[in-house]
Design a protein around this ligand. Structure first.
Ligand SMILES: C[S@@+](CC[C@H](N)C(=O)[O-])C[C@H]1O[C@@H](n2cnc3c(N)ncnc32)[C@H](O)[C@@H]1O
Length: 334
């Protein structure tokens, strides 16, 4: 007998059926399974009644959720895992259900991924081409449900006490700018995003009552004039949307627009330099084949080189959300 570890098909089968797992998680959110458990539904019968489905289907769904370690049954009654309890219970401050469902509209397209991978056309704006205000509003309901937490994290990590104005490139709902304004009454910010998104950003600015500090300007950061009175530039969660030359150009444009002595923060899903993962950035990069853009996953080394070529100094990489997001920073010489 050889000592070599025998291989089997289990890992491959689990990956092949991964979309069944996604659909169970998404159905759990849509049907309110995790909210019902948090509210005390502890058995199949109680869940069935709370979700208005049959006990058989309640058992089927919750069994998969237990196998995925989303739900446990320690005392003979269902309980949510800690992350589920914090992020998937509707009505709780951390509720991120809309973000977990953000990719679902692409469901059918992912079923045709091979066709998209055979496509040889590329467009600069990809999914954002022809974006309407209505579509932008739907998209940013999801991004704000996760972005507000990221914005709070940014404000906790970065000292803005000596800064005056933020340029929030592709700022979406304005989550980062809104949090900075709430934390520091001396800080102003401009959310610079595509015109339909700027309309939506203004709605969030009003909702959070920061209109005296934060404004939104509609424009394309790859080609339109950027404000030149900012000493902080943030670009968050845009990285896989564009090719290496385009991201390099946008970083250069941000450098040119910043005031001398200003700082830039690029927050994005970066790949390890040997391209071995993590899976999240790799998947976001692949999804750009479906969006028909030039985008792909960028490595940490790619990002450092964009900053160096633009002229930034004190360039550094910081962990932003472990295993998911890095924050690359640089300073424009005074
Ligand atoms: C995933 S969202 C991130 C929003 C926000 N930064 C956050 O982290 O919550 C990406 C944003 O980039 C914007 N964007 C993409 N390409 C852009 C461009 N060329 N010019 C301006 N904004 C752009 C999109 O409209 C969208 O609002």
């Amino acid at each position: 007998m050889s000592d070599a570890k025998r291989v089997d098909t289990v890992r491959l089968q689990n990956i092949a059926m991964g979309f069944w797992e996604s659909s169970a998680l998404m159905s759990g959110i849509e049907l309110g399974l995790f909210t019902a458990i948090s509210n005390g539904a502890g058995t199949d019968i109680e869940l069935a009644s709370a979700l208005n489905i049959t006990p058989l289907n309640a058992e089927r769904l919750v069994t998969v959720c237990m196998a995925m370690n989303l739900v446990t049954k320690p005392q003979g009654r269902f309980e949510n895992a800690a992350d589920v309890e914090r992020f998937l219970v509707e009505g709780k401050p951390g509720y991120a259900g809309p973000w977990m469902l953000f990719t679902k509209p692409r469901w059918d397209k992912f079923g045709k991924l091979s066709d998209y991978l055979r496509n040889k056309d590329e467009a600069v704006l990809g999914q954002y081409d022809g974006l309407t205000v209505e579509a932008a509003r739907r998209m940013h309901q999801a991004t704000s449900s996760i972005g507000m937490g990221a914005g709070r994290r940014f404000v906790r990590q970065v000292d803005l006490s000596n800064r005056t104005k933020i340029l929030d490139l592709g700022g979406g709902s304005g989550a980062y700018s809104i949090n900075a304004a709430k934390e520091h009454e001396h800080i102003n910010a401009v959310v610079f995003d595509l015109p339909p998104v700027a309309v939506v950003a203004r709605e969030y600015i009003v909702e959070h009552d920061v209109g005296d500090q934060v404004e939104a300007i509609g424009g394309d950061f790859t080609k339109d004039d950027l404000p030149t009175d900012c000493d902080v530039a943030i670009m968050a969660s845009n990285l896989p949307l564009y090719s290496r030359p385009i991201i390099a150009k946008v970083i250069q444009r941000a450098f040119d627009a910043l005031l001398p002595g200003g700082e830039m923060h690029l927050i994005g899903e970066t790949l390890d330099n040997d391209l071995s993962g993590p899976i999240g950035p790799a998947l976001w990069g692949m999804a750009e084949a479906i969006n028909g853009s030039t985008g792909l996953a960028h490595t940490e080394a790619d990002c450092l080189s964009y900053f160096e070529k633009a002229g930034f100094t004190n360039i550094d990489v910081h962990e932003f959300v472990a295993g998911t997001l890095s924050r690359i920073t640089g300073t424009k010489p005074a």
